[in-house]
Design a binder for this molecule. Structure first.
Ligand code: PEP
Ligand code: MG
Length: 568
């Protein structure tokens, strides 16, 4: 049995397929038969072009024209005489194909990196991709095609990147095990969205297992078994059936209001990353969007999305929600979310650096474009603006001033918008929590981002498995912080929500209810689970449990009491 971080609930049992990071080093030897070496090189290019065209066709069918074009561009690029001709010349002079490919690609990468142009900078990552793909062919390294794994597969890899996640066919992958990543890393969030049980941060797992080994992934408890004994396997098969049955029982909460055992109504919203996810929120019976992570619009792009492009995306989400609240969080980049074409400098401490609202207020053109698009989308439904990573009152004031300026501009341009659009802030830093009373006088609403609040309160990188033991929302300090934020919001008469992953945690829900949280924003697939848990707690019971918990000294003691009391 191995322990890791429980990142996506459920039990997965299946056959392992390892996704290995390959060593791409080679002997830079000189060749004498240059004609044969050139033939080997061109055979590799032909194979790459063929593969790329086939992949582009799949992507066109499954995702879209624009994404397919990016891949087709790779095939065109390598066939360009400016590149392959240069490589041929180097092979003619006796270099091996691997050296020629690497030298010419690196030369272009160096050249394009110097240019101050977003398109050219995007070319850098395209060339790097092409280089790696052709090197793999030359070195005879075969990558696993994640989109084609057999049904009943458990993926085992060092880290699950968003691009790997996008290839996963949900019906075929029954579990995911990785060596790194935390509960709130973006790969964990994507695994939950796909409803695939996942255990992250299992050290050394990739080297310890073989393809086709049997694995049990208990994504609820964060436990993994490799080639388990018969009795363990039978026990988990039963557990899996019970889990599936319990999920089916949740159906009786579809279409119901979210009320606690006393009948008090609470709001149950969804977290989404793209406008298309709004459909998922509706299908899963979400009552609104509590967090639209707008940065995915920027990350899934090769250029800064224009005002029109953003407006269309926000409008699509707002129209899909048909009058229900949509809280759009403004660009939250930095930390573990990079946008290559912005050309941000590498920083020593990216989580403490020039990110989110700090970047936005330093790049007013970028920010105003986004805010204009959001304010314009407010003409089509109930939109709210949410500011991430707030640490000072003046940040909120600056954003509000920008929004006021934008309203004047839009009015002059004759463009429609909701004049009462609210501006709220995320409370996800230690500073914001400590000045929550001051921020509550400026903001129209709060949303607690426990993923970061835990990180910044505990001074622990949310993705670092070495310190994951400290990363817990159940630490007394984090619980006190949450309680304080909600109290400040209530005293100022503004609504307080939570869009961090803790909002859906069965152990956390009674505490949040007792603290007085108004709105719970969760991954769409967890809406019914959260509604079911909320329905089981009365305020009196939640208060009694919370009084007990808040008097305890450690996370361990707190979890023990909560696990004893849990209602699932
Ligand atoms: C959070 O920090 O809790 C949050 C919801 O934002 P993100 O996970 O995108 O940083
Ligand atoms: Mg955050």
């Amino acid at each position: 049995m191995k322990n890791g971080i429980a990142a996506s609930r459920g039990i997965g049992i299946g056959s392992i397929c390892r996704i290995i990071e390959h060593d791409l080093s080679f002997d830079a030897k000189m060749v004498t038969d240059t004609a044969a070496e050139k033939a080997r090189f061109h055979k590799a290019i032909d194979e790459f072009v063929k593969d790329t065209n086939a992949k582009a066709e799949d992507i066109r069918r499954l995702i879209g024209e624009k994404e397919a074009e990016i891949l087709l561009g790779h095939a065109v690029m390598i066939s360009d005489p400016a590149m392959s001709g240069e490589m041929d010349k180097m092979i003619d002079s006796g270099q091996c194909a691997e050296s020629a490919l690497t030298a010419v690609c690196d030369m272009f990468i160096g050249m394009f990196s110097q240019l101050d142009d977003d398109m050219m900078r995007q070319r850098v990552s395209d060339i790097a991709d092409v280089k790696v793909s052709i090197l793999k062919i030359l070195l005879g390294i075969e990558d696993v095609d994640i989109s084609k794994v057999a049904p009943g597969t458990v993926l085992v890899c060092k880290d699950l990147t968003p691009s790997m996640t996008s290839q996963i066919v949900k019906e075929n992958v029954t579990g995911i095990i990785t060596e790194v990543g935390g509960k709130t890393s973006h790969s964990a969030i994507l695994a939950r969205a796909l409803e695939i049980p996942a255990v992250l941060s299992v050290p050394g797992i990739v080297d310890e297992v073989k393809d086709k080994d049997t694995a049990i992934v208990d994504g609820t408890e964060g436990i993994v078994f490799i080639n388990p004994e018969g009795d363990v396997l039978s026990k988990y098969m039963l557990k899996r059936e019970e889990y599936i049955k319990r999920q089916a029982e949740l159906d009786k909460f579809i279409g119901k209001e979210t009320v606690n055992a006393d009948g008090t109504k609470l709001e149950l919203f969804c977290n989404i990353g793209t406008p298309k996810d709004a459909k998922k929120a509706i299908e899963c019976d979400g009552e609104g969007i509590g967090l639209f992570r707008s940065e995915f619009l920027f990350m899934d792009n090769t250029h800064l999305p224009t005002e029109e492009e953003q407006f269309e995306a926000y409008k699509e989400a707002v129209e899909t929600m048909g009058g229900k609240t949509v809280i759009i969080r403004t660009l939250d980049i930095g930390g573990d979310k990079d946008i290559p074409y912005l050309g941000l400098e590498k920083e020593e401490n990216p989580f403490l650096g020039y990110r989110a609202v700090r970047y936005c207020l330093g790049n007013i053109d970028v920010y105003k474009t986004q805010l204009r698009a959001i304010v314009r989308a407010s003409a089509f439904g109930k939109v709210k603006i949410m500011v991430p990573l707030v640490t000072t009152v003046s940040e909120v004031r600056s954003v509000k001033e920008l929004v006021s300026e934008i309203k004047v501009e839009l009015r002059a341009e004759g463009k429609a918008f909701d004049n009462d659009i609210e501006v709220g802030c995320m409370i996800e830093t230690a500073s914001a929590s400590l000045i929550a009373d001051l921020l509550a006088k400026e903001a129209d609403f709060f949303s607690i981002g426990t993923n970061d609040l835990t990180q910044y309160t505990m001074s622990v990188d949310r993705g670092n498995s070495k310190v994951a033991y400290l990363y817990s929302t159940f630490q007394p300090s984090v619980l006190r912080s949450i309680q304080h934020i909600i109290k400040c919001g209530k005293e100022a008469g503004i609504p307080v929500g939570m869009c961090g992953e803790a909002a859906a945690d069965p152990l956390m829900i009674p505490l949040l209810m007792s603290f007085g949280l108004d709105e719970y924003s969760v991954n769409p697939v967890l809406v019914l689970t959260a509604r079911c848990i909320i329905s089981k707690w009365s305020k009196e019971e939640a208060d009694a449990l919370t009084a007990k918990v808040m008097a305890l000294n450690s996370e361990e003691e707190i979890l023990a009491v909560l696990k004893e009391a849990v209602k699932e």
